[in-house]
Design a protein around this ligand. Structure first.
Ligand SMILES: [Zn+2]
Ligand SMILES: [Zn+2]
Length: 236
């Protein structure tokens, strides 16, 4: 079973639940640790502003008092790949979990972000440029998890997985964006990478739902490399 979900959204960004609703649903689903990982401020309109991160942290601190001894709630962030090796990790708070992913909602104000938006819209991919930019950003920032790799823009999975293994960054098997195939996961495993399953929940019904991620991880036979999976003994 999945015991930890480090990628859940709330209404601080584009999720539909409050942090309190997310916590209640996650606890019901049997999760032991969760991270509220909303989109960061680089996402136009929907990203969490620097000052709002302070309020979010306060909400999380209060929830941790409420769920003491039952479940841990971490402050995470889903940072954007912005170009020029940059990503938008907030400075007003210190996130306990940093995810990095590309989203179309960033301002196209440099060469990479303009090219990526073009690719995402027209599906005409510059895999080498994307991979170079992603690898530089992974190496120059404190990233824990690579969110939905290969979604929106194409990357060279092998080169990214080699970097993830070296930099100790987990490859996400995202239940909402099933961005990696079983063959991709096998390739990542061969490169020495490890994985984490995430719901990327934006709605109530998605909290605690990992069905598609589990299926692809099982098909690829990489479950022993999934850090938040705990094998349960089959009922006798
Ligand atoms: Zn995302
Ligand atoms: Zn997300």
């Amino acid at each position: 079973m999945v015991v930890k979900d480090l990628h859940i959204h709330t209404n601080y960004s584009d999720g539909h639940c409050t942090p309190a609703q997310v916590a209640a649903l996650a606890y019901q689903a049997g999760l032991e640790t969760i991270a509220i990982s909303d989109h960061s401020y680089g996402s136009i309109m929907l990203g969490v502003r620097e000052e709002a991160f302070v309020r979010l942290k306060q909400d999380i601190d209060n929830l941790n008092i409420q769920y003491a001894g039952k479940m841990r709630i971490l402050l995470g962030v889903e940072a954007n790949l912005l170009g020029n090796s940059k990503c938008d990790i907030p400075k007003t708070v210190t996130p306990e979990v940093v995810l990095l992913g590309y989203h179309r909602s960033i301002l196209p104000n440099n060469k990479f972000s303009r090219s990526a938006l073009f690719q995402a819209v027209f599906r005409n991919y510059d895999t080498r440029r994307n991979t170079d930019e992603l690898i530089r950003t992974m190496c120059e920032n404190p990233i824990n998890i690579l969110a939905h790799p290969n979604e929106y823009i194409r990357i060279d999975i092998k080169r990214v997985a080699q970097t993830a293994a070296r930099e100790n960054i987990l490859i996400e098997i995202n239940n909402k964006h099933l961005s990696l195939t079983a063959d991709d996961l096998k390739l990542c495993a061969d490169c020495g990478a490890r994985f984490i399953i995430s719901s990327d929940a934006h709605h109530m019904k998605d909290v605690g739902n990992f069905e598609r991620s589990i299926a692809v991880a099982k098909a690829a036979e990489v479950m022993p490399l999934v850090v938040n999976w705990r094998a349960t003994r089959r009922a006798e």
